[in-house]
Design a protein around this ligand. Structure first.
Ligand SMILES: [Fe+2]
Length: 209
């Protein structure tokens, strides 16, 4: 018996029922959608001008105060596919606990060299990257980075990223996601040029529209 016929013979003895479920499973990977969280009052009112994925070098060119933080991640759909060209937006406090927003400190953070919010498009493998600082607590809220992700054919995701060891509200939970552990990252030490900083991975999954 030649090799080809031998392989065919072996295959024909395998029970179809034992092979088929695995094939089907591989085609229907389902991921849980990332929980939505409150938009909050400080979503940027306009995105004109120098708004890129590097929040720490802005205007004067000096580094913004604070602990450098690089956030990277992959945006996927619930069927496991990486989403290219998804728009990822973040906004957060500067090192003094202020948002760049007319209802908080206006252009204060920008005058202190911090862009305040940023945006990025995912690459062909669904990846994004931001260079920012670790936000600080304000008004009893633990440090967090707001996210909004928009991708064709998917439900828009508005959520927040929290930090392990310091992810609890100080005064009640006013409509924030109850699934906070799923929104919490544990950053590792990472150099940002000459500065000591942190790196965090925050992968997000978008539900069907
Ligand atoms: Fe906030």
């Amino acid at each position: 018996m030649n090799l080809r016929r031998r392989i065919l013979t072996v295959l024909s003895t395998l029970p179809v029922a034992s092979v088929l479920p695995h094939v089907l499973q591989a085609q229907t990977t389902t991921l849980k959608a990332t929980p939505q969280d409150a938009l909050g009052p400080f979503y940027p009112p306009q995105w004109a001008g120098e708004i890129d994925a590097d929040l720490v070098v802005f205007g004067s060119g000096a580094y913004a105060d604070g602990t450098p933080l690089t956030i990277t991640g992959v945006i996927r759909s619930t069927d496991g596919k990486a989403l290219a060209n998804a728009r990822v937006e973040i906004w957060q406090t500067d090192a003094t606990g202020k948002y760049r927003h007319p209802d908080d400190d206006g252009e204060g953070p920008a005058k202190r060299g911090f862009q305040g919010f940023g945006r990025a498009l995912t690459d062909g493998e669904g990846r994004y990257r931001f260079r920012t600082i670790k936000p600080v607590l304000y008004s009893g809220r633990p440090p967090h980075v707001h996210f909004r992700v928009v991708a064709g054919g998917r439900k828009e995701l508005v959520t927040q990223m929290y930090f392990a060891g310091d992810n609890k509200e100080r005064g009640g939970n006013f409509g924030f996601s109850k699934e906070r552990d799923r929104l919490t990252v544990a950053p590792t030490a990472a150099k940002d040029g000459q500065r000591d900083g942190l790196a965090a991975t925050f992968d997000l999954v978008l539900a069907a529209a």
